[in-house]
Design a protein around this ligand. Structure first.
Ligand SMILES: C[S@@+](CC[C@H](N)C(=O)[O-])C[C@H]1O[C@@H](n2cnc3c(N)ncnc32)[C@H](O)[C@@H]1O
Length: 266
């Protein structure tokens, strides 16, 4: 299945910033605590975007690791490389299209991660089998994605505002079912862990900034809601009205991120 999706530097940065400002928990701490990386490891982060997880791995290992981040977006890779330069560090950032054969040998990495990206693969079986191929025997995979109950409030507000069904989301509809079972068939030991992070908004502006960065036309996931050119702003207006009514009634908007983390051993 071809997924029509594109991440942009701006939208990704807005969402990362809002998660950290309005969430009560830190997903990187949860991840690092679960995966317990070892110094000296060779690590690949697939769909690394602007390098969020790579920098987190690097910091937690005090730089004692060989880390490669791979992504298909030149814009996001350039942003990651600029951060490398700013920090004076040497994480390697490669062009990597996870729909193709990965440009790495068999049994090469101690640890492979793929955070909030695997569900954009055209053929998830191919991407999982490539991640498995490049992992050493006994090495591990860690992949994250949204659970079906993720961001219930966000979807409820959109449904109420538009009167239309939510288009099937490539992540939450498949991560803990189809992908988990494919990983279970490929790896020897597999665990599913859950991370819940309530984001609490007491004003409308950051909630709408999050909504815009999630539904922006560039990302294309929501195009079934936007038929005409002016629909985007019209729908943002309706969402803003519904969100504002709920905010006035409840005093806050609480949108809970519910994320699954699959940790698997080859
Ligand atoms: C939601 S972002 C997550 C980025 C990063 N892991 C993070 O959590 O900040 C999804 C990423 O998947 C990447 N991606 C989409 N299709 C890809 C492909 N075919 N090959 C490699 N990366 C891809 C996007 O460019 C984007 O960086």
């Amino acid at each position: 299945m071809k997924i029509d999706f594109q991440e942009t530097k701006k939208d990704l940065a807005v969402r990362i910033d809002i998660h950290s400002k309005f969430g009560s928990k830190n997903i990187d701490e949860w991840m690092l605590d679960l995966i317990k990386l070892k110094k000296g490891s060779r690590i690949l982060d697939v769909g690394c975007g602007s390098g969020k997880q790579c920098f987190s791995f690097y910091d937690s290992l005090e730089g004692d690791a060989e880390i490669i981040g791979g992504d298909v977006s030149a814009e996001l890779l350039n942003q990651a490389k600029a951060e490398n330069e700013r920090r004076g560090i040497d994480i390697r950032y490669d062009f990597l299209d996870f729909n193709q054969v990965f440009p790495y040998p068999d049994n090469y990495f101690d640890f492979v991660s793929c955070c909030f990206a695997i569900y954009y693969a055209n053929d998830v079986g191919h991407t999982i089998s490539e991640m498995h191929r490049v992992t050493k025997p006994g090495g591990r995979l860690f992949t994250t994605g949204p659970m079906p109950s993720n961001k219930q409030l966000f979807y409820d507000i959109i449904k109420e505002a538009t009167g239309k069904p939510i288009p099937p989301m490539p992540g939450s509809s498949r991560f803990s079912t189809e992908f988990l079972s494919k990983i279970e068939k490929t790896y020897s030991h597999v665990e599913l862990h859950i991370f819940e992070n309530p984001l609490t908004f007491t004003t409308l502006e950051p909630y709408m900034a999050y909504t815009r960065a999630s539904m922006s036309e560039d990302r294309r996931l929501w195009s079934s809601l936007f038929v005409d050119k002016d629909d985007f702003e019209m729908i943002m207006g309706k969402i803003s009205e519904v969100a504002s009514q709920r905010l006035n009634k409840e005093g806050k908007l609480v949108m809970t991120k519910v994320v699954g983390g699959i940790l698997a051993t080859k």
